[in-house]
Ligand binder design. Structure first.
Ligand SMILES: CC(C)(COP(=O)(O)OP(=O)(O)OC[C@H]1O[C@@H](n2cnc3c(N)ncnc32)[C@H](O)[C@@H]1OP(=O)(O)O)[C@@H](O)C(=O)NCCC(=O)NCCS
Length: 334
């Protein structure tokens, strides 16, 4: 199932409900949260395709409280000629919201959400619409299929067929891995500093001993450190570690949870495979394990929720940048 609300660093993309659609059709008053130029004609057209309960329908693009446009799938996926499930995606923003990268950010999140369900996306665009062509390219919709009956170019995103074929192994890290750990954590901090809890500049400052200490966690009884390595290429694609205690208490804590962007999604199973040995390690030492997750990281919160972690209601500010929001504590009992 697609999430009801897809979220990105700056935006939320809630699915339209019957009230949204009635308001867009002009049957009930405008929402006070709409940008003055919303809805545009494209949004009104999308409203004609809406069906109650269809998760593959249109969504608002919301920044803060304000609806700036819409993005959505044109209905549930169907099998394409090569047997891959596929649907079309469309998007539009009010003029004032263009040029900030919002369309790319929203589309990338929709691509991730669709591919997590094993669904490939295509989109059609007027050949003269340079901005949209750029957005499609940045979101990886790069395979030109040709033109449709309206003369629009149709692009599809090459499907990560690898999802079904990905072969990887998991193993504990050893001190000898320290340089690989460094390289992987720099990638982690570059792409998602919030999850690593440090900026890439700070991470680059760690000295050799700091990395050796992290790599050794896989060899010591009071910690665990697991890496996922792609078979064949030897590429590192995910890491997680567990510590017996931290400054917040003496129950085991899960941390350093990161899977490379290309290998996220339940279809790959990388995150699941990494978590299992950390849970095994913790089960042997305590009756529960805890973690801190950024409140805005929906994929991580869903992942933990699926594995039995429950929000305890405890929060603390994100040290990296408190203005972004809080960390929330989650616990899982054994
Ligand atoms: C946390 C992480 C390891 C989970 O791995 P994953 O492969 O994404 O995990 P899954 O696909 O099993 O679960 C992610 C869930 O989020 C959903 N999701 C993906 N993108 C989403 C988005 N933009 N908005 C809302 N949900 C989203 C997926 O559909 C999936 O939910 P589902 O299982 O109900 O379909 C991975 O997302 C990651 O490395 N993120 C960046 C680092 C991070 O946030 N670490 C956690 C720090 S506490």
């Amino acid at each position: 199932m697609l999430p009801e609300v897809i979220s990105t660093d700056r935006l939320t993309l809630p699915l339209w409900d019957a009230r949204d659609v009635a308001a867009i059709r002009g049957e009930i008053p405008r929402s006070p949260h709409w940008h003055p130029d919303f809805p545009r004609q494209d949004d009104a057209d999308a409203a004609t395709m809406w069906h109650e309960g269809d998760m593959w329908g249109p969504r608002s693009i919301v920044r803060g409280q304000t609806v700036l446009g819409s993005i959505g799938f044109f209905g549930p996926p169907t099998a394409a000629v090569d047997g891959v499930q596929e649907t079309e995606v469309g998007f539009g923003l009010v003029e004032e919201a263009r040029g900030w990268g919002f369309a790319t950010e929203a589309l990338c999140a929709c691509v991730t959400a669709a591919e997590a369900q094993g669904v490939r996306l295509r989109a059609s665009v007027e050949p003269t619409n340079k901005e949209s062509l750029r957005v499609l390219a940045k979101a990886g919709l790069t395979t030109l299929r040709g033109a449709n009956d309206d003369g629009h170019l149709v692009f599809a995103r090459p499907f990560q067929q690898a999802a079904r074929r990905l072969e990887f192994a998991i193993r504990p890290t050893t001190e000898a891995d320290w340089e690989r750990v460094r390289a992987f954590r720099i990638e982690n901090a570059e792409e998602h500093p919030i999850s690593y809890g440090a900026t890439v500049e700070a991470v680059r400052e760690f000295d050799e001993e700091a990395w050796r200490m992290r790599a050794r966690r896989g060899e010591q009884p009071d910690s665990v450190s697991i890496v996922a390595v792609e078979s064949g290429t030897g590429r590192w694609i995910g890491m997680m570690h567990g510590l017996a205690e931290d400054e917040d208490g003496s129950t085991p804590v899960l941390a350093g949870v990161y899977v490379s962007k290309l290998f996220r999604g339940r279809g790959y199973g990388v995150a699941d495979a990494l978590l299992a040995p950390v849970l095994d390690w913790a089960t042997g030492r305590a009756s529960e394990i805890r973690l801190w997750v950024f409140e805005g990281s929906q994929p991580a919160r869903r992942f933990y929720g699926r594995h039995g972690f429950v929000d305890t209601g405890r929060t603390k500010p994100l040290t990296l940048d408190p203005s972004l929001g809080n960390l929330r504590e989650m616990r899982r009992r054994f």
